[in-house]
Write a protein that binds this ligand. Structure first.
Ligand SMILES: [Zn+2]
Length: 458
């Protein structure tokens, strides 16, 4: 591939291929007299081990070896930082492919494994014990109690739905060409058009659910399955009649030209007969017109361009989680919000969670040593925490960290800031607890109180 005075050569990572490439470059230089400046060339090994890279470098004698995907120092980033990278970088790498291809399940799972490992450890691999929250829950929207990461399967599907929509746009010469060349006036037919079209055709029922067609020449509208005559597809309204149809995938154009009565088996049941009469009456005033069918969607505002995120939202069904506002609508730093998200699920590495994976022998509270350490105890019920809240003059009005949303605003704090206040105090209790466990400091209410007050004043 050449652009301006740069040349990009891609080859397989094997010694014979690389040696042949070097030989070709030499011969090219000998024949044309155009000498290649190897000191200005660079090699970019992708997914190649260090030993092979050194070997290729020896053959090619290029000056530079550049690593694909430079190290992000991922381990030094906190969870919130890695969440941003998963969203911004890892998610966009496969988007191009996912926009046109239905990725095989195996590949989706491999990519999901890498994303999961990166989020929880910053490395390539992860064990179950490192994953603090199930991936399905991580991939829910923040409103539903997740982190708002996208599920690749749904993202792939929503990109393809958008692609299908582009294919149904009357003003696209490309779509026009596809319909004419590939489908020969039968766009809704799903047989014998190859795997690629078949994988798209599987999405047609979902696509038709949220779109309507204003029929003009009727070429791109399915007679039975699209919504075009009414707010329901004819397949739903005239079920009995459809079961007598000989060409279920007919277009509106074909059906109207031939007459809907012509594409049916000879003997109709009485119900189907009645439905046919009703349909014919309905179609009496209908006429095909010049021009391409116009497709509209009902996701978001009408008349606006369909977006992939609208498709994604429509695919991702779920209820809003109650803690959304408390966790995400405040002024705490991102990593503290991430911590609160884990807290709201009681998935912090407290001893009740660690003992399950046999990481600790005892689950007793490291602060008071009296009982089982879980989120509810450490942050709300531990005598140490109770004393702290009373010294601060405010106490969270809940006995469970899973119900942060039920913490009411204490008088004396401004409405806008009270969530930030409680979240920062929870965070301080957590860092204080870690100081006791890992840095062998003594529990100290005075120190903790000072830190809390300092945060609030800031
Ligand atoms: Zn305790």
């Amino acid at each position: 591939m050449q652009y301006a005075d740069d040349t990009l050569i891609v080859c397989e990572a094997e010694t014979t291929g690389v040696a042949a490439l070097k030989e070709i470059l030499h011969r090219f230089a000998t024949v044309t007299g155009l000498t290649i400046n190897f000191s200005k060339s660079s090699m970019v090994p992708i997914n190649v081990g260090e030993r092979e890279t050194a070997e290729f470098q020896r053959i090619l004698q290029f000056q530079k070896v550049e690593k694909f995907l430079p190290g992000w120092k991922a381990k030094l980033l906190n969870y919130a930082g890695r969440t941003v990278l998963v969203n911004a970088v890892l998610d966009s790498v496969p988007v191009y492919l996912m926009s046109v291809l239905d990725l095989p399940q195996g590949i989706i799972e491999k990519i999901e494994q890498r994303r999961r490992a990166f989020l929880w450890t910053g490395e390539d691999k992860v064990s179950g014990a490192n994953c603090l929250v199930a991936w399905d829950n991580v991939c829910k929207s923040k409103e539903e109690g997740g982190l708002g990461l996208k599920k690749l399967r749904l993202r792939n599907k929503s990109l393809l739905l958008n692609w299908l929509h582009n294919l149904h746009q009357s003003d696209s010469p490309w779509a026009d060409w596809v319909w004419k060349q590939l489908t020969n006036e039968a766009p809704c037919r799903s047989e014998n058009l190859g795997n690629h079209w078949n994988s798209l055709a599987k999405l047609l029922p979902e696509y038709r659910n949220f779109t309507n067609s204003s029929v003009m020449d009727g070429r791109c509208t399915s007679f039975w399955f699209d919504k075009w005559l009414d707010h329901l597809p004819l397949a739903v309204k005239y079920k009995a009649l459809l079961s007598h149809s000989t060409t279920k995938h007919t277009t509106v154009r074909q059906a109207i030209r031939l007459g809907p009565g012509q594409q049916l088996v000879h003997r109709l049941s009485s119900v189907a007969q009645a439905q046919l009469q009703e349909l014919l009456q309905h179609l009496q005033t209908f006429q095909l017109r010049e021009g391409a069918d116009i497709r509209s969607h009902n996701l978001g505002k009408p008349e606006t361009k369909l977006t992939t995120s609208q498709c994604y939202k429509s695919l991702q069904a779920g209820d809003k989680g109650p803690n959304y506002g408390f966790i995400w609508k405040n002024r705490a730093p991102p990593r503290v919000r991430f911590f609160t998200w884990l807290l709201s699920k009681d998935r912090l590495p407290t001893r009740n969670n660690l003992i399950v994976n046999k990481i600790v022998d005892s689950a007793s509270c490291p602060i008071c040593d009296s009982t089982w350490e879980d989120g509810d105890h450490l942050f709300l019920q531990c005598p140490f925490a109770v004393a702290l809240w009373s010294a601060l003059g405010f106490a969270p009005t809940t006995s469970s960290v899973r119900e942060l949303h039920s913490i009411s605003k204490p008088s004396g704090l401004i409405a806008r800031e009270f969530k930030t206040f409680f979240i920062l105090c929870f965070w301080r209790i957590w860092t204080h607890r870690n100081d006791v466990v890992f840095n062998k400091l003594q529990p100290c209410k005075k120190r903790l109180l000072q830190q809390c007050v300092q945060d609030v004043t800031l």
